[in-house]
Design a protein. Sequence first.
Lengths: 285, 234
Amino acid sequence: MNRKDKDELLDRRKRWGLETPRTNRPTEKAAAGLLAGVQAGHAQARLDKRLAADAAHAGDVGLMPLDAVLGRVGGLDTREPTPDAVDTMTETLEALGLIVPLAVDCRGRLLCGKTRLLALRRLKAKDPDRWGKVPVRRYDFDAEADPARALAVEVAENEQRKAYTPAEVRGLADRLKTAGFRATAGRPRKGTRALLPALGAVVGKSKRQLLRILNPDAGGDGKPQPVTMADACARLRRALGAFDRVAGDVALSTMKPNERRAVRDAAALAELLDRITEREHHADE
Amino acid sequence: MNKTRWLAIVGRKGGSGKTACALGLAAHYARAGKRALLVDLDPQGSGTLALGADANGEALAALLNGTGEKVPYVTISEAPPVALVPGGPALETVAAPRPLRDALGNVPADVVLVDCPPGHADLDRLALQAADVVLACCEAHRLGIAGAARVLDETKGLRPRPRCALVLSRVDERRGLDRAAPDLLAGAFALPVLTIHQDAALALALNAGGLPPASGKAAADLDAVAGWIDKGDR
């Protein structure tokens, strides 16, 4: 690139309100290295989980009398489910049944699913015929003798809930709606059963994630996202930045006519954005 | 704070600043009048050595194996109140450990800081299972970050998930990478990223076998880390 082209490039970036590129870019390469580290760690964690689950020798799922499912070893739950969580789970199970089996060790002691177990016990008290036997996955080791493996199973079992696809989540939401659950803004009225907590209890996703799946165009609170002029300008500037990363290193003199036109349009857009930003700034004053 | 808070300081990779972070936070809490207990789960016994105690780890290993009963508390300092459960090579012999909270029982502390070992997934899991808050330490380098990502992923299977943050250690803002890393990693992990700057005073204090200093760059950063942890109280 000759001097003239370089100057034109810098001038273009300046006019578009973009940062002047650094002459050396070790940081970008290094930043890619950091992100590669994140990915490598996730991959290793997935392997850890698979190995842990393999090591745990998962058995088949079968029906088991609910009364035969015992609490965790020594009654030890690091975190007790809240009463609200058990209420929600009870309502969800009543509507959908038990989708994810409980996990127990070779002596029937719970490995994963404390909230579900407490909810199932409540349901059984009301309807022993329906809830007397429940699907259970039995692992062939003793949690008391091997608590580390018990934890590995708990982690692996809980992780599996992450695998619900958006379509599956929407399907479960429809089933809950049919059973009378409603997605309401704010705190649900007395007697109304709230959809999102019930769905979250099944698929292990946050309210924000669920809203994004059920209503992809909405913001985190389910309402359409308001866009301010400043937001719109910032988004357009980001788009210009992306455009510049593609076209920015190419000198105008080497471009085809339509490419030059695109660059000129982008430049005009950048000027327009400057004028809008300036106007907004004056309006603020 | 009305109940004991358990912090797991993890990282999976060696030399990622776990022990410095654990000791620094222990000193911070103790100076704030809280009883801090450092549990050294590291078979290398780095935290124990840094505090000048006997690093064999036999008593803690026996507790975890279910063959010991007495928790081997070592008083490091009465005021500020810091105690230690020493770690060391015997922890390598722990095969099927009891849960950490179960093994230690009622601890005489307001904050328990579990300093985790490098490269030991089973001992990490013990700490993660016990923790209310997990701090994953690493330097702004892909190997350290891979270790932190690996151990943070394990927390996703815990219900409810403990509060987690990434702690970038030995940050030196003269390096472009260290400047860029917090934003980059906050986006990649969707977690808060806290920083502890490179600080010779912290390194010297650990080398001299004492508690980290109350002032300096790293001390101010550790105050901010503790501030983030304590935000969970409100």
